[in-house]
Design a protein around this ligand. Structure first.
Ligand code: UDP
Ligand code: MG
Length: 337
């Protein structure tokens, strides 16, 4: 069976269309499936729409978060709840073309364990947004060590990979990069990003900047090494100015350097502040991880009565994904250090 995970945040206009489009395509291709909608704490009627779908249709699961935890958390909850032999993650607004799921599924049947959806065109977006995305992906590609330009969250994962991802305890995982990081046999499927037909993108400029910083820091400590490099540069400058100051002193011109002193003070001060900020950011990340708060809180869940076997019907999805701790109690040796 294929599990389709659909993160949805304020998508009341798209939920039904997503369900019927995806299910028609999969039924047409003869693929057995479940569709898991993860409502990321929507404030509109997204979850009510999902409950209605679950009542009416086959093989629908719905999870509702207690508040908005972000798309990464929604994907994690979907992965924890998925029961399929392989899993596809797709956006609710269908900007990821669902017909490509069949292509991904066929590649999985041929033995590929991860099928990455690669954007061949990025769809309509602002020039500045496109440039910022390009810069972000070139940084993240160099820190992750894989070419991630045009990567997306639209991908198919084998059960093995899903089980590994479910055991990764870090809360700031970046799903798009994690699937590269885990390795496994990969294939790619190119797709054109479709236009959003309903609703609006949930991203703001500031939100994207925060997202970029958080993901780069989750994969690299290079910014902290910048602090060391800056320290050495400052030491070099100090030596030059030290010699200069001594010469001034010895030749009796010591008083003239006041502007230089002010400039140096400001310069050192700024560099110290920036450095402290960078270190502080990492300390804050460690603090966030160490507190051990869950990635998400599931406040309600629903499941179709139709389409499942009697045994499956008794398993409530929320039991598996209720609060979102990684499943470290699992005895599988792959999760031990
Ligand atoms: N989404 C989510 N939580 C959020 C923001 C977005 O689950 O906090 C979902 C959203 O409902 C959609 C997908 O993530 O299914 C992609 O979001 P969006 O279309 O806003 O992003 P874009 O396509 O503009 O990158
Ligand atoms: Mg979108």
């Amino acid at each position: 069976m294929l599990s389709v995970i659909v993160p949805a945040y304020n998508e009341e206009l798209s939920v039904e269309r997503a369900y019927y489009t995806i299910s028609d395509i999969l039924n047409g291709a003869g693929i057995e499936f479940e569709i898991i909608f993860v409502d990321d704490g929507s404030t509109d009627s997204t979850y009510e729409k999902i409950v209605v779908l679950a009542d009416r249709e086959r093989n629908v699961c719905g999870l509702h978060f207690s508040r908005n935890f972000g798309k990464e958390a929604a994907i994690s909850a979907g992965l924890a709840g998925a029961e399929g032999d392989c899993v596809v993650v797709i956006d609710c607004d269908l900007q990821h073309p669902p017909e490509k799921i069949v292509e991904m599924y066929r590649l999985w049947q041929e033995g590929y364990e991860i099928v990455e959806g690669i954007k061949s065109t990025r769809g309509k977006e602002h020039k500045i947004h496109g440039m910022a995305a390009k810069t972000f992906y070139s940084i993240i590609s160099s820190v992750v060590g894989f070419d991630m330009s045009n990567a997306s969250d639209f991908k198919l994962l084998d059960r093995k990979v899903v089980d590994i991802l479910n055991r990764i305890p870090e809360k700031k995982g970046f799903f798009r990069a994690l699937s590269f990081w885990v390795g496994y046999k990969k294939a790619t499927v190119a797709f054109d990003v479709q236009e959003r037909t309903e609703g609006a993108s949930k991203w703001t400029g500031l939100g994207l900047v925060k997202y970029a910083i958080s993901n780069i820091s989750a994969y690299s400590t290079a910014p902290m090494q910048i602090v060391t490099v800056l320290g050495f540069i400052m030491l070099g400058i100090t030596v030059i100015f030290g010699v200069w100051a001594l010469i001034d002193k010895l030749s009796g011109r010591a008083l003239e350097g006041i502007t230089t002193v002010i400039l140096i003070l400001i310069f050192i001060g700024s560099i110290m502040m920036i450095s402290l900020g960078i270190i502080g950011y990492y300390v804050a990340c460690i603090y966030e991880e160490i507190k051990g708060r869950p990635k998400y809180i599931v406040s309600s869940s629903c499941k179709s009565k139709k389409g499942w076997s009697a045994a499956e019907r008794t398993v409530t999805l929320a039991n598996k994904v209720e609060i979102g701790y990684p499943m470290m109690q699992n005895d599988d040796p792959t999760c031990r250090k």
